[in-house]
Design a protein around this ligand. Structure first.
Ligand code: GUN
Length: 283
């Protein structure tokens, strides 16, 4: 069997186009455009690239973005005051604090300072709580993108065995919860899991979010499985690769996402959707 490659770039483009049409309608109805505030602290090169990509997407769909860039030695108080100010700013519908924050800053109080209604990353405990309780609230962008990619295959999720590798609050845990709400039987694996390969071999759906290049081997994949690779790892030669050995897995999987061009663009598209939803909810 030769796996079909899921084109995340094309799917993300279609979603951005939908969001753009809905932003146009919102502007006509509400007489304003949705606004996203992006908080970037320090000069991490990868974070700068991600922030630029998000701002470009905002421009494309008609969302007004504003960047708030603080130096890497900004204090906890300074970041908190900035976020609290944006929380009160009526022109701001969504607030995104780009992670990771520089060492020395505690991300939790900062993420908790984002009002849940403006929490377009879905990282506030209120939104994570709603996700746990009922699957509602604002969903973290990458997890939401993973679900769209799985749904795009047409493969039924209900009743399937899903293995999520990684237990971060940003990706692993919310993805596991969304799969659970879609009635998959979900196993969450992590760095301490014994015999990871055995778990993956049973999985009809594999979501890899470990942050280790080509960690999931092709011969672990169950024939026909849907494989979603969240990893973005830079190799010594400068090339990007995922957490899955793509070459080894692509002929075994039923469907597989590439890196780049899989999950990455979907995360950004979901941020656009979440920002529009936050603007609509605020009116
Ligand atoms: N850093 C890595 N992924 C993300 C994300 O989805 N949102 C934010 N804010 N920071 C990140």
């Amino acid at each position: 069997m030769s796996g079909r490659i899921i084109d995340g770039t094309a799917l993300a483009r279609r979603i951005r186009q939908e969001v753009k049409e809905q932003v146009d309608a919102f502007r006509r109805d509400a007489g304003r455009v949705p606004g996203l505030a992006v908080v970037l602290v320090g000069d991490d090169p990868a974070s700068q690239v991600y922030v630029r990509t998000k701002e470009r997407a905002c421009g494309e769909v008609g969302i007004r973005s504003q960047r708030h860039h603080l130096p890497g030695d900004a204090t906890q108080k300074e970041v908190l005051e900035l976020v609290e100010g944006l929380g009160k700013d009526d022109t701001v519908d969504g607030i995104l604090v780009q992670l990771p924050l520089p060492r020395g800053l505690d991300p939790q109080p900062i993420l908790h300072a984002v009002p849940p209604a403006k929490d377009v990353d879905g990282f506030h405990p209120y939104n994570l709580g709603r996700l746990t309780e009922s699957g509602e609230g604002i969903h973290p962008c990458t997890a939401a993108g993973v679900m769209e990619l799985i749904r795009s295959t047409g493969v039924e999720i209900e009743g399937k065995r899903a293995v999520v590798i990684g237990r971060s609050t940003i990706v692993g845990k919310p993805t596991a919860l969304l799969l659970l709400h879609a009635n998959a039987t979900v196993t969450v694996c992590h760095s301490r899991t014994a015999d990871l390969a055995a778990h993956v071999r049973e999985a009809d759906i594999v979501v890899a979010a470990v942050g280790r290049p080509r960690f999931v081997r092709g011969d672990w994949i169950k024939p026909g499985a849907v494989v979603i690779d969240v990893g973005i790892n830079r190799l010594d030669d400068g090339k990007l690769c995922g957490d899955v050995d793509f070459e080894g897995a692509k002929d075994v999987a039923g469907y597989i996402t590439p890196v780049p061009g899989g999950v990455g663009p979907m995360t950004v598209a979901m941020l656009m959707r979440n920002t529009l939803a936050a603007a609509r909810a605020r009116g």
